[in-house]
Design a protein. Structure first.
Length: 365
């Protein structure tokens, strides 16, 4: 049977919204800083960036917008197989690298950890599940994360679920149906937040299904912003929108989370996407936005191995405030450097190779 190869023009990526790319980088930095801080300050009421975890909901909303923009008008022609290839090439190399880094940190953490509690066979199974994004919450001392070697992979699991649902259902439904699904998902999100007291779930064994509510609403809302052409022309620019985004992460953690967090996710983040898509970018900030967008995913997927080591160091040494500030500041800078190396040495070459093989129509080795 002859299989028709996709036309090259269907495989090309569209022009990026550079301010949205830049905001993705700001959100990734917020996640890194949040993870450092939550290890050192377990009382979220005392954590100045206690809502940094909402960056994931911003990622989900941005993803819905970008996927709809990039594929709504061509997935029918390119086919689901090519769509899934595109997403795997874009996302999965760093899933694997993050798992490898997580495994190395698990086995050779100089500040502690207990790999001796797990047999070689179980560690191998944990690693295999990590690289294939199969939830396996068995590491007790890591709070039964769905992916104990690289905790942020939980959001990639749900991202893949959303992409699959998009390919089979969402790309071809009407705007009216999309609105209905978005409203239903909004109700589910509010219920989850009210029940749990926060939208922080989705990453672990006990809060697994909270992730489905978070991805469902935000991904659909992002799609809806694009399909409704809710592009708001404005002059806020990258700096102005970055400030507005950061404010959501600095929002106080309180007993009112069940109300404030859904308001941010339901309305504020889609508004920021609409503003970011319509904002004017100052020429002098273009390179910064491009770099910020490129580094965001590598930073998100490679930072957590260091976070576990930081937790073990902090537990053992209890550094004072000044020492803690220096460690976290240095750690963030080093993690940006590691992410850049991961991007340049691993992610970009691997994706280029896979893309080349795909375009040549050759069978991958």
């Amino acid at each position: 049977m002859n299989i028709e190869k996709p036309r090259p023009e269907l495989l090309r990526t569209k022009q990026h919204f550079e301010i949205l790319d830049g905001l993705r980088g700001i959100a990734a930095l917020a996640v890194v800083l949040f993870h450092f801080m939550e290890m050192a300050i377990t009382d979220y009421n005392q954590n100045f960036i206690a809502h940094g975890f909402l960056a994931v909901d911003f990622f989900f909303c941005l993803s819905g917008f970008v996927i709809a923009y990039a594929y709504d008008d061509r997935i029918g022609k390119m086919g689901m197989t090519e769509f899934f290839k595109s997403r795997l090439i874009r996302l999965h190399p760093l899933v694997i690298l993050g798992s490898v880094l997580g495994l190395l940190a698990f086995l050779f953490d100089p500040f502690g950890g207990h790999p001796e509690l797990y047999s070689a066979g179980k560690i191998l199974l944990i690693f295999i599940c990590s690289i294939f994004l199969v939830p396996f919450p068995v590491i007790t001392e890591r709070s039964f994360n769905l992916f104990g070697l690289n905790a942020p992979s939980w959001s990639l699991f749900w991202e893949y679920v959303a992409n699959i649902f998009y390919a089979f259902v969402l790309y071809k439904i009407s705007r009216r149906s999309l609105i209905l699904l978005t409203i239903i998902s909004a109700a589910a999100l509010c219920f989850v937040c009210y029940r749990a007291g926060s939208l922080m779930g989705g990453w672990g064994e006990e809060n697994f299904w909270d992730g489905s509510a978070r991805i469902s609403y935000s991904f659909l809302a992002g799609m809806l912003v694009y399909r409704s052409n809710w592009i708001i022309k404005n002059k806020l620019g990258f700096i102005g929108l970055s400030v507005l985004l950061v404010l959501s992460f600095l929002m106080p953690f309180s007993k009112w989370n069940w109300l404030t967090e859904p308001l941010v996710v339901l309305f504020y983040f889609p508004l920021l996407i609409a503003l970011g898509a319509g904002a004017t970018l100052a020429q002098g900030l273009k390179k910064l936005c491009i770099f910020s967008g490129k580094i965001s995913y590598p930073l998100y997927m490679t930072h957590y191995a260091v976070i576990w080591m930081f937790l073990n160091y902090y537990t053992r040494n209890k550094p004072n405030t000044t020492h803690l500030f220096l460690i976290i500041t240095t750690g963030v800078i080093l993690l940006i450097g590691i992410a850049y190396l991961a991007m340049v040495i691993f992610d970009i070459p691997v994706r280029k190779y896979l893309t080349y093989k795909r375009k040549q129509g050759q069978q991958l080795p």
